[in-house]
Design a protein around this ligand. Sequence first.
Ligand SMILES: Cc1cc2nc3c(=O)[nH]c(=O)nc-3n(C[C@H](O)[C@H](O)[C@H](O)COP(=O)(O)OP(=O)(O)OC[C@H]3O[C@@H](n4cnc5c(N)ncnc54)[C@H](O)[C@@H]3O)c2cc1C
Length: 390
Amino acid sequence: MTVDVDVAIVGGGPAGTCTALHLVRSEGVAPSRVAVLEKATHPRDKPCAGAVSAWGLASLAALGVPLDVPYAEMRGLRVLAASLVGAHEHPLGVVVRRCEFDGSLWKRAVADGIVAFDGEPLVALARTAGGWTLQTSKRTVTTRLLAACDGVGSAVRKLVGIRETARKGHLYVAETPQVRGDLGPRDGLCDFDLRVADAGVEGYYWDFPTVVDGAPAVSRGIYHANFSARRDLKQDLLASLAARGIRAGSVRLKPFSTRPLVRGAPLRFDRLALVGEAAGIDATTGEGIAQAILTAGIAARHLARALRTGDTSLEGYAAEVLSSRVGRHMLQSAWLARRVYGRRGSGWRAFLAGNTHAREAGARWYAGKPLGWALKARLGIRLAASLALE
Ligand SMILES: Cc1cc2nc3c(=O)[nH]c(=O)nc-3n(C[C@H](O)[C@H](O)[C@H](O)COP(=O)(O)OP(=O)(O)OC[C@H]3O[C@@H](n4cnc5c(N)ncnc54)[C@H](O)[C@@H]3O)c2cc1C
């Protein structure tokens, strides 16, 4: 079986389905000329805490995609560092379960008439004069343009031979019922526990409110940015769980990884755009759902332009991602992660937990809102003073 399209999208997660939906709904590309190929069968599970920040939801709403799956609201955050606990209320977004969220986006792509094949991994890829030939487990797809939306393990990157520009982050995730100590999640707040960084983790432990089968629950896990290798991350997580009275045997834990977006990361080649986590995500939080949704909109614009003009370099895509708010946010995040989780990060962590402006800025930043000059100025002065006192 051979299918010919203008844009083939590998990966049916948020980056893939949103690139397809943007191409059709915002750029006027015929749905029959766009194909999404997904390795798993939807609704498929995706190891993830499921926190979708507010700017990702706003982008979906603008695309005409309402949130139609169960969710828990993130009403704000609490930051824990050393003996400090600081909270800030500000709508951050929602926590969803990925099988439901991604399955719903997939259904919308199918309903729009986009050519959507799930249960079909990409297994081979060849460059041709006019584009690409893709081989899945079931068929051949020929295309003029290719979007790699296949996440952290990107088969496209491997098949094309695209190098990694940074070490991948490491995570563990688990969902459990609420326990008595879940003060943040009970109030709809996301707990970012930076105390694990004092034990050498380059990241944080989290407790986020979530909903499992209609009941309030907590998504928990640990993120290590992995600037330096750490073999005992699981032990760090188990220690944090034990501190909350959760026994090791009651949760199944598997390690996962994330690809950070760093300066110099490749985003495009001739006729090929890397989108979502195939390109890279936020290095401070390890989060990438909203980032995938937002970069998908930029990618669709440039893929559609390439179809119209015949200029298939996609250079403008890389430039626009890096200069967009989401791109600048991810580059700032790569810079910030080294400060907050670095060897001299205790001052930064205390500042985040102990300073009201820092928490406000953190919450606005997380939700993708501009900080404004007044808050930036207050933040700069207080941070400088706080670090000078260290
Ligand atoms: C433990 C953990 C917790 C996380 N928590 C959060 C969080 O709370 N909030 C947040 O924003 N981010 C979180 N992330 C990151 C987030 O999951 C990803 O950044 C996000 O899913 C990226 O979306 P994507 O569409 O680019 O990639 P993905 O969602 O990974 O989708 C890629 C798709 O490509 C498919 N695919 C792979 N190979 C092939 C192939 N050969 N052929 C066809 N299809 C293929 C995969 O099956 C998958 O469906 C977490 C990550 C982990 C590991």
